[in-house]
Unconditional design. Structure first.
Length: 204
C-alpha cells in the first residue's frame, strides 16, 4: 500500500497534459461548471444559474450482498452527481467524466460504505443509457472473518458500479445498479461487498 501511495502522485504529474490531469483539475476546481462544449480540453465553464454545479441527486434501495455471510439485509443508497467536465476538443468527447459522491447504508448492521469517484455515461438512445463508475471508498466492515460479517480487510477499498438506466421524464430517471467494493488483495482479507438494486434520480 505504501509503495502505491508513493508512486501515484508522480504518475498524475507525468500525465497532467492528458486524462489524469483533467480528472485532477476537476477536484481542484470543483466550483466550476462544465459546459457541453468549450474551447479547451479540461476547462470548466463559468457558473450559470441555468446549469448548477450539482447535476443530479439519486436515492435507491439495494439487496445487501445476497451471496455472502452478510446476506439477508437491505441497504439505502444516496448519491450526488456533479456536472461533467467541459469536453472541448479532448479525445473523450461526450464520454468525459462526472464526479459522484455517495454512500450505501445497511439497515441490518452490515457493512456500510461512503464513496467518491468518476462516472461515465453512454446514451444508447433518447431514453436508455449505461453508466460505469470507478473510485475509492471507506467502510465500517470487519477486517477479519466474523460470524455474519464479511472479512473486508483494511478500511479503504476500491469502488465500482454499473447501471442501466431509463429516462422516463425530462428530469427523472430510473436505474438498475450493481456496486462492488473491495481492496483488490492489497490487505490480508478481501471478501468485498456487492450490492444490487434500483435507484431513482432527479436531474436539475
Amino acid at each position: 500500500m505504501r509503495e502505491a501511495a508513493d508512486h501515484t502522485p508522480a504518475a498524475f504529474r507525468r500525465a497532467r497534459a492528458g486524462l489524469a490531469g483533467l480528472l485532477l483539475a476537476l477536484l481542484a476546481a470543483g466550483q466550476g461548471l462544465a459546459a457541453e462544449t468549450g474551447p479547451a480540453f479540461g476547462r470548466l465553464a463559468a457558473p450559470s444559474p441555468q446549469r448548477p454545479l450539482l447535476e443530479e441527486i439519486r436515492l435507491g434501495l439495494y439487496a445487501h450482498d445476497p451471496v455472502s455471510p452478510e446476506k439477508g439485509a437491505a441497504d439505502v443508497n444516496g448519491e450526488l452527481v456533479l456536472a461533467p467536465f467541459d469536453p472541448g476538443s479532448g479525445p473523450l468527447g461526450r464520454l468525459t467524466p462526472r464526479v459522484h459522491v455517495g454512500g450505501t447504508w445497511s439497515f441490518g448492521a452490515r457493512t456500510s460504505l461512503a464513496y467518491a469517484g468518476f462516472l461515465w455515461r453512454l446514451h444508447l438512445n433518447e431514453g436508455v443509457f449505461l453508466e460505469a463508475a470507478f473510485g475509492g471508498a471507506v467502510h465500517n466492515g470487519r477486517d477479519a472473518q466474523t460470524p455474519g460479517r464479511n472479512a473486508m480487510g483494511c478500511r479503504g477499498a476500491f469502488h465500482e458500479s454499473l447501471s442501466l438506466g431509463y429516462r422516463f421524464a425530462p428530469q427523472w430517471r430510473v436505474m438498475a445498479t450493481i456496486e462492488h467494493a473491495s481492496n483488490a488483495g492489497l490487505c490480508d482479507s478481501n471478501r468485498g461487498v456487492t450490492n444490487a438494486g434500483l435507484r431513482i434520480g432527479y436531474a436539475f
